[in-house]
Design a protein around this ligand. Sequence first.
Ligand SMILES: Nc1nc2c(c(=O)[nH]1)N[C@H]1C(S)=C(S)[C@@H](COP(=O)(O)OP(=O)(O)OC[C@H]3O[C@@H](n4cnc5c(N)ncnc54)[C@H](O)[C@@H]3O)O[C@H]1N2
Ligand code: MOO
Length: 391
Amino acid sequence: MVSFNAAFTHIKLHAEDLSPINLRLESSLGYYLAEDVYAPISIPSFRQSAMDGYAIKYGQAEVYEVVGESKAGDFQEYELAGNRAVRILTGARVPDLADTVVIQENIHKTGSEIRIQHMPKPFANVRCIGEQVKAGELIARKGTKIQAMLLGFLAGFGIEEVLVINKPKIAVIVTGNELQAAGTSLRPGGVYETNGITIKTILAEQGFQVERVDYVKDEKSATVLSIKKALEADVVLISGGISAGDYDFVKAGLEENVVEEIFYQVNQKPARPLWFGKKGKTLVFGLPGNPAAMATCMQVYVLPLLRKITSGAEISLNLKRGILDGELRNPSGKALFLAANHHNGLVKVFEKQACNVLGAFAQGNALVFVDESVSMLAYGDPVKYIPISNS
Ligand SMILES: Nc1nc2c(c(=O)[nH]1)N[C@H]1C(S)=C(S)[C@@H](COP(=O)(O)OP(=O)(O)OC[C@H]3O[C@@H](n4cnc5c(N)ncnc54)[C@H](O)[C@@H]3O)O[C@H]1N2
Ligand code: MOO
C-alpha cells in the first residue's frame, strides 16, 4: 500500500510524452503544439486599406481625378502623380504611390472628380505590411492547445500542417459477470453496466477517443487474453476485478502478461484497490469496479496523466481552493475524495455518497480532496477541490 502522494508521484515519473506527428491543420483541434510556430509571412502581407474610400498621395491637392479602382484581391498598379486618386475598397491593396485613404463619407464626388471635404491625417486608414505580425515572429508556443481561434489564426498564414503531440490509443476492459446492457431485463443479481460508458464519455469530454471497449467475464483465461490484446494501446484502463475476491482476475491477468506493477493499493477513500503498472511504453490502470471509485480514479490519476502525455505540461491535480460549507471528519488517516458542489467560493460536500453509486457525482461539480494528515475540517475552513466536468 502506498500513500496518495507516493501514488501520484509514481504516475508523474512514468508519464512520458507521446511522439509528435504532423497533422493537417483542420484535424488538429484539441492537440498540443510540439514545436514553436513562426510566421511564414507578414500580416498584412501588402499595404491594405482599412476603409472604403479613395487612395491618394497625402496633401497634394483638394481635388483629385479618380483614375481607377482597387477592390479586395486586385493588384493593378496606378501612376498616382499629381492629383490622381484611386477608388479603393476595404481590404484592398493600396497602390504603391498612395499613402493615405480618405473615407468616402468625407468627399464630394462629381463625375470622375472628388473634392476632399475633410483631409485625414497622413497615412490614415492604411494598414502597413506586418502591422499585425511580421514574418519570422513567434505566433504560437510549443505546448499550446489548438483551439478554434488559434486554428483560424494559423490558417491566416497559409499554414496547412502542424507538428503536434500525438494522442494515445486507449483500450478499455470492463470486467464482471453481473453486468448487463441497458435494454435487457435485469436478472436477479444483475447490475446495469455503467463504467464502460462513463469512462468513454469522461475521456470524450476531454478530447480523448477510446479505440475499443472489451467486456469480459470474471474468468482468468478471458481476462488474460483481453489484457494481451489491449496492451497494443498506449494506455489501458481496466474496470473491476482488482480487489482480493476469488473471482477478481485482473491482477493475475496482468502478472501473466508480464505487466510490471508500479503500485497496488493506495491509502485513500474511495478506490483503495487501485493498480498502476507498465509494459514497455504501455501504461495500465486497474480501476476499482465501484462506479464512484472508478470515477474518482479517472479524475485524480487518469486525466492528469493523459493531459501530461499529450501536452508536455507538468502533471498536476489542478486543485482549487474554496471555503468549506459544512464539517468534515477524517478519522481514517486516508486521503479522502468526496463529491461536492462549489459555488461562489463555497464548497458543500454531499452528505449522501457511496463508492458504489454515481449519484453525488452526477449532481456535483467538484471533488473535494482531504489530505491523509487532516482529521477534521470545520465550517469556514479552507478546503481543496478539483473542478469536474459539470462546472
Ligand atoms: N476483502 C476485501 N474486499 C474488498 C476490498 C478489499 O480491500 N478487501 N476492497 C473493496 C473496495 S474499496 C472496492 S472499490 C472494491 C473493488 O473491487 P473490484 O475492483 O474487484 O470491483 P468488482 O468487485 O468487480 O465490483 C465492485 C462493485 O462495482 C460494481 N461494478 C463493477 N463494474 C461495474 C460496471 N462496469 N458497471 C456498474 N457497476 C459495476 C460491481 O457490480 C460491484 O458491486 O472491492 C472491495 N472489496
Ligand atoms: O474504492 Mo472502494 O469501496 O473504496 O469503492
